[in-house]
Ligand binder design. Structure first.
Ligand code: ZN
Length: 137
C-alpha cells in the first residue's frame, strides 16, 4: 500500500469502527415510532436498486443504500423472523436497555420495497417463546 496521510488512516479506522457496530439492517431502512430518537441510521453501502429517471418505481422502490439503525445505548437481540404473504420478511427484536428496560421492534422487509422498523408493544408468542429454548440473550 502506498503511503497515505495519517489523517486518512484515522478516517478509515473511524469508518470501519462505525460500520462494525451492531444494529438492525435493511435496504433503504426507515425507522419510526420513537426509534429516531434512540438510535442513528448509518449507510452501509452504495445505492442498490433501480436508478432510472424515467421509471415510476411502481412495483419496486428506487435505489437506496443498505442502512443500519444503531442504538445509542443497550443492545439488540433478534427474537425470530417470519415470511408473510406478499413476500415480506418480518423480523422481531428486543432492545435491551442498560437500565434493565426492554422495548420490542418489528422490522418489515418487503422483497421489492424499502425496509421499515418501529417500536411495537407486543411480539408474537412463538417469537418470545424461543428464548425459553436456550437462545442466547
Ligand atoms: Zn424503478
Amino acid at each position: 500500500m502506498t503511503t497515505v496521510p495519517m489523517s486518512m488512516v484515522e478516517a478509515v479506522a473511524r469508518a470501519v469502527e462505525r460500520l462494525s457496530r451492531p444494529g438492525i439492517d435493511g435496504w433503504g431502512l426507515r425507522v419510526s415510532g420513537g426509534m429516531e430518537a434512540t438510535g442513528e441510521l448509518i449507510d452501509l453501502s452504495e445505492h442498490v436498486g433501480c436508478t432510472s429517471d424515467t421509471c415510476a418505481h411502481v412495483s419496486h422502490d428506487p435505489a437506496a443504500p443498505r442502512r443500519r439503525w444503531v442504538p445509542r445505548s443497550g443492545r439488540i437481540v433478534e427474537l425470530g423472523s417470519d415470511e408473510e404473504p406478499g413476500e415480506v420478511i418480518v423480523r422481531w427484536f428486543a432492545h435491551l436497555g442498560d437500565d434493565g428496560s426492554v422495548r420490542y421492534i418489528r422490522l418489515d422487509e418487503p422483497r421489492f420495497f424499502h425496509a421499515a422498523a418501529q417500536y411495537v408493544t407486543s411480539v408474537p408468542d412463538w417469537a418470545l417463546a424461543r428464548l425459553a429454548q436456550g437462545a442466547a440473550v
